[in-house]
Design a protein. Structure first.
Length: 463
């Protein structure tokens, strides 16, 4: 009988074989689904249109050994990261649990979830996360690793933007005199065709989008007025805009009033200079037309200074409303008309501290002190009403600075003074009328001179 010379070697081989069997069983216990069908879930990776549900089916894992298949838990979402916590208690919308005994092995994502997918980036990818649930040999519920299928890349819409811009700076334009305009096109990289028109009918010929995204467009209607450009986009997935995007601007006359529209704030600077601009600009006679006051009968806009034979004019607001400015060539010809000029806000009045009333010993004193040059606490000390809305020295000084320019020249001599206009206001707020009101304080250079005129002027300035 031959003597065994290496009993330890045989034991090592047996141990190794046992280890192989044990570890083979452990690896197989992952029980991930490996046999799946994606034909109901195309597209993968390449953006494509899809209007029907996404469906992924699979066959049960084979060779379960001593483990028992319970079912499957799945989740559709936008994440490519493995979901190691997904189980039958954690799935959310677009997820679910399928019992192995149901005979079903299908995960569906309803088409309503991707109707608006644009295919513009990772946010439009869909992924299916699938884990097998089984009982191991100790009847402990266990889950396989996450089978992450995707990306499913769906592109069902096309987007883009346009804006009319300054050809030199690229800044947005709201008005221009040029009939050839520059259009900045904002579009994703998957755009295959672009259509541009100044009517709402889509043209038959596409426009190439150059590097930088700016194209030039010649208006088919050169009549001055409000204009709208329309744009349609087609992408590589085959989507075409059903509703065009648009950009609006105003085409001005070759000669036009600048600014063409404006808003004058009665509580602010309350004036605006308008100038004739464009080729052939010379001298014009300026008038106001089409006034629409908020309060019927009010004057809305007024022109100051020289209004005939000049290239520009200054307008001040009188009362809230709208008006239009017109300039006629001094030698005759077609008048040029502005857009709508809006006058808004409220004019200053004699309620200096904003308490709702104008009083002699409150607002009147504030006016006289300010016209004497007082500021800070010296201006407001002891005279600001407890119900004020303008209470601080800064607020009252700011308000009086506007009032001095706009309303405090009571006698119309061109200057508001403490001992003239200031005294007239205080006397009126005390109730003085007639000669008692105006005696000794009306300037010789007045344009509003009589007691009746001054009483009317001050009455109109009371809140």
């Amino acid at each position: 009988m031959k003597k065994e010379t290496c009993p330890g070697g045989r034991r090592k081989i047996a141990t190794a074989m046992l280890a192989v069997l044990l570890f083979a069983g452990t690896a197989h216990a992952a029980h991930e689904v490996t046999d799946y069908d994606l034909t109901g879930a195309i597209p993968l990776s390449t953006p494509s249109q899809r209007t029907t549900d996404l469906n992924v089916s699979w066959n049960p894992p084979t060779n379960m050994g001593t483990d028992t298949l319970v079912g499957y838990v799945y989740q559709w979402n936008r994440s490519s990261a493995a979901d190691t916590t997904l189980d039958r208690t954690s799935f959310t919308t677009n997820g679910g649990f399928i019992d192995a005994n149901s005979g079903l092995a299908l995960a569906t994502l309803a088409a309503a979830n991707f109707t608006g997918d644009d295919g513009g980036g990772a946010g439009d990818f869909w992924y299916l996360h699938l884990r097998t649930e089984y009982l191991d040999s100790n009847l402990i519920p266990t889950y396989s690793s996450d089978l992450n299928l995707g990306p499913f890349f769906i592109d069902n819409v096309v987007t883009g933007t346009i804006a009319v811009v300054d050809p030199d700076t690229g800044a947005p334009l709201t008005e221009t005199r040029e009939t050839q305009v520059s259009v900045q096109v904002g579009a994703p990289t998957d755009i295959s065709a672009f259509y541009l028109a100044d009517t709402s009918a889509k043209p038959g010929t596409a426009t190439t989008i150059p590097q930088g995204g700016t194209v030039t467009f010649d208006l088919t209607d050169a009549t001055p007025g409000d204009k709208t450009l329309y744009a349609w986009f087609t992408d590589t997935a085959g989507n075409t805009s059903t509703v065009p995007v648009n950009a609006t601007f105003t085409l001005l006359d070759a000669l036009s009033i600048s600014p063409n529209t404006a808003t004058i704030d009665l509580s602010g600077a309350n004036s605006q200079i308008f100038t004739m601009a464009g080729a052939g600009a010379s001298t014009f006679d300026w008038t106001i037309s089409a006034e629409t006051p908020v309060t019927p009968g009010d004057t809305v806009c007024q022109l100051s200074g020289t209004t005939t034979g000049v290239a520009s004019v200054t307008m001040t607001g009188a009362n809230p409303g709208t008006c239009v400015l017109q300039a006629t060539p001094s030698g005759g010809g077609t008048a040029v008309t502005s857009g709508t000029i809006t006058v808004s806000g409220t004019t200053a009045n004699l309620d200096i501290d904003g308490s709702g009333t104008a009083t002699a010993l409150g607002d009147g004193v504030l006016i006289v002190r300010y016209l004497f040059g007082f500021t800070g606490n010296t201006l407001i000390n002891g005279v600001v009403d407890a119900g004020c809305t303008r209470c601080t020295a800064t607020d009252i000084e700011t308000y009086l600075a506007t009032a001095k320019t706009d309303i405090l020249d009571i006698d119309g001599n061109g200057t508001a003074t403490a001992l003239g206009d200031g005294v007239l206001v205080v006397r009126s707020l005390f109730g003085f009328t007639g000669n008692t009101l105006i005696s000794g304080v009306v300037d010789n250079a007045c344009t509003v001179c009589t007691a009746t005129e001054i009483e009317t002027a001050i009455t109109n300035l009371k809140p």
